[in-house]
Write a protein that binds this ligand. Structure first.
Ligand SMILES: [Zn+2]
Ligand SMILES: [Zn+2]
Length: 248
C-alpha cells in the first residue's frame, strides 16, 4: 500500500491519502510497517536531507503525484505557524449547522478540543451557535477523493496574516471508505486538523517527526493513523512547545 502525504500542495493545512491496491490493510493501517519500509529505503541515502528529498521524489514518481511545494524546501522543515497563525486568546469552536457532523464525529470533535485543553496551554470554549468570529468551525462535508480532512482559513484577521476563522472539515464518507477503523481515523483526522488551527504543521509518514525520533509519533502525521493508539490523537512535545509559545 502506498499511503502518501500530505496535501496536494503540502501547505500544511490539508492532507490527502492516496492508495494503490491494498493487500493488507489491517496491518498497514498502522504506520509502523510502512516506517520500517522507508527506514530501510533511507539507509541507501547518504546525507539526511538528501535522503528525505530523494525519498519524497521517488515516492512522487512512483505514484504520479504532483507535489508543487517540494521545490527547494527541505522536506523535514517544520514551519510554525503554518498558513499564518491562529489569533491568540481563547480558541473557540462551534459546530456549523450548514454541515452537521454525525454523532460519532461530533463526540470525537468534543474529545479533540478537550485534549487541546489538557495537552496545551490553550483554553478552548464552545460557541453555540457559531458566531461571526468563532475560531474553529467544525464541518462534516465532502472534500475531494482521497482527502479525509482539510482546514482552510475562512477569514484572516484584518491587517494581519493571522487566521481569524478556520474550518475543520471532515470527509466522513471517505474515512469510511479508506479506513478499517473509521471512528479511530476520525479521531486522528480531527486531532490533525485542529492541530493546523493551532498553527502546527504536519509531517509525512515516511519522514522522521519533528520530535526527532522514529519512536515517537503524533496526530500531526499525514495519511491514516487509525490503530487507536494514544499518539494518534495526541500532539507531540515539539508542536506543544510551539503552540504554547504562540498563545502565551
Ligand atoms: Zn495536515
Ligand atoms: Zn518546529
Amino acid at each position: 500500500m502506498t499511503n502518501l502525504c500530505g496535501g496536494i500542495l503540502c501547505t500544511g493545512h490539508s492532507h490527502q491519502v492516496l492508495f494503490t491496491v491494498d493487500d493488507d490493510r489491517s496491518s498497514q493501517s498502522s504506520p509502523k510497517p510502512m516506517r520500517s519500509e522507508f527506514t530501510l529505503f533511507l539507509m541507501k541515502g547518504r546525507l539526511p536531507r538528501e535522503r528525505r528529498v530523494r525519498t519524497a521524489v521517488l515516492a512522487i514518481l512512483a505514484t504520479g503525484v504532483a507535489w508543487a511545494s517540494l521545490g527547494s524546501t527541505p522536506a523535514l522543515a517544520d514551519p510554525y505557524p503554518v498558513d499564518g497563525g491562529p489569533d491568540r486568546g481563547q480558541h473557540s469552536y462551534c459546530f456549523d449547522g450548514a454541515h452537521p457532523m454525525n454523532t460519532d464525529v461530533h463526540t470525537r470533535a468534543l474529545s479533540t478540543m478537550a485534549n487541546v485543553d489538557a495537552q496545551t496551554a490553550v483554553t478552548t470554549v464552545q460557541h453555540t451557535p457559531c458566531r461571526a468570529r468563532t475560531d474553529v468551525r467544525f464541518q462534516q462535508r465532502p472534500i475531494s477523493p482521497g482527502v479525509i480532512g482539510y482546514a482552510p482559513c475562512a477569514a484572516r484577521v484584518v491587517g494581519s496574516t493571522d487566521c481569524d476563522i478556520r474550518d475543520v472539515r471532515v470527509y466522513w464518507a471517505e474515512i469510511e471508505r479508506l479506513s478499517a477503523h473509521p471512528k479511530r481515523e476520525a479521531r486522528h483526522t480531527l486531532c490533525h486538523e485542529v492541530g493546523h488551527t493551532l498553527g502546527a504543521s504536519h509531517y509525512e509518514s515516511w519522514l522522521v517527526n519533528p520530535d526527532g525520533t522514529w519512536a515517537t509519533n503524533s496526530c500531526m502525521i499525514s495519511g491514516l493513523a487509525d490503530d487507536g493508539s494514544l499518539w494518534t490523537r495526541s500532539y507531540g512535545p515539539h508542536h506543544i512547545a510551539h503552540i504554547n509559545a504562540w498563545f502565551s
